[in-house]
Design a protein around this ligand. Structure first.
Ligand code: NDP
Length: 294
């Protein structure tokens, strides 16, 4: 039964065996997909081979083994470093590029792949390696629709799939937008927890309050998003002048605690640019206009 299952499932090549590629290989194996692996540092394939993966002797061999090739590399520069010397082996391949990078790089890579007879599906994986194999996790995909449809079931082994459209840059863009939110909000939380600890309040003690503030964000976003789309920044529930005073308090609280104030200083600088542009009576969402004039 196990053997029959393996025969029925689509064979996959995984190139790049960092934490992600390793988790992906294991998820494919667990779902009964034959997997060929290749990594620059060959030893990272050892345990995967012991678990049932096939090691390709060369990157050409990895590409030749299967039509469907998952790339899980640090960035697109790593992809070119690996694949540019072996472009003749790309013809006919479907590159599922789950490497994070910019939308522009994803678009350029899709065009580059097509010039060499391959096609690319771009992916933006919204999961840590530990979530690979969980349908509750999600990956943005974009690129040729029929390509996604043809491989949807296989890709669903990794995470839930969220196909967004044909633009090969779109999945990368949506991923980077998520990262924009993730890093700035995580850094702001880290900053607040650092100030708390400087006052002898442990991170664990403050955690419920940090979580409560984080949990309030979707409500604010839902309120402001339609106004943002309408370029409507009426200061009926908040205004920038009030925001400046509030951010100044955060800045001074930080300094008084002896904690680095670069983060609230940067926030204050942006608020002040909004004031200088005449938005003092408008909502903080008017800062979107400030961002757009960069
Ligand atoms: P890593 O950077 O740890 O590893 C990626 C692979 O890239 C390794 O196999 C490495 O080979 C290879 N590589 C890097 N540079 C080169 C090069 N110049 N030539 C050849 N091979 C190279 O990444 P992860 O596995 O953590 O992640 C893979 C992708 O998934 C990244 O784009 C990441 O942003 C994205 N991602 C990661 C998440 C995470 O939590 N880890 C979450 C969501 C997305 P070698 O082993 O030889 O160094």
């Amino acid at each position: 039964m196990g053997d029959k299952q393996a025969v029925d499932k689509q064979a996959v090549t995984v190139i790049g065996l960092g934490p992600m590629g390793r988790a992906m290989t294991r998820a494919f194996l667990a779902a009964g997909h034959p997997v060929t692996v290749w990594n620059r540092t060959a030893s990272k394939a050892d345990d995967l081979v012991a678990e049932g993966a096939v090691r390709a002797d060369s990157i050409e061999g990895a590409l030749a083994a299967n039509e469907l090739v998952v790339l899980s590399l640090t960035d697109y520069a790593a992809m070119y470093a690996l694949l540019e010397p072996v472009v003749a082996a790309l013809s006919g391949r479907v590159l599922v590029n789950l490497t994070s990078d910019t939308p522009e790089h994803a678009r350029a890579a899709a065009a580059w792949a097509e010039r060499h007879g391959a096609r690319q599906l771009t992916g933006g994986v919204q999961s840590p390696p530990s979530g690979i194999g969980s349908p509750e996790m999600s990956t943005f995909y974009s690129g040729p629709t029929e390509l996604f449809e043809a491989h949807r079931d296989t890709l669903a082994v990794l995470t839930g799939t969220d196909y967004r459209g044909t633009d090969p840059g779109l999945a990368a863009l949506l991923y980077q937008l998520q990262m924009d939110i993730f890093w700035t909000s995580m850094l702001s939380a880290l900053h607040a927890l650092t100030v708390a600890r400087a006052h002898g309040i442990s991170a664990a003690e403050f955690l419920p309050y940090a979580s409560s503030t984080a949990a309030s964000v979707p409500g604010f976003l839902a309120f402001y998003a339609p106004r943002l789309d309408a370029d409507e920044h009426v200061g009926d529930v908040d205004n920038l002048a009030m925001g400046v005073a509030s951010v100044e308090h955060v800045l001074h609280t930080t300094r008084d605690a002896g904690v680095d104030a670069a983060l609230p200083s940067a926030v204050l600088e942006i608020f002040r640019r909004g004031m200088a542009a005449g938005h003092g009576g408008d909502s903080f969402t008017s800062l979107s206009e400030v961002f757009r004039t960069a």
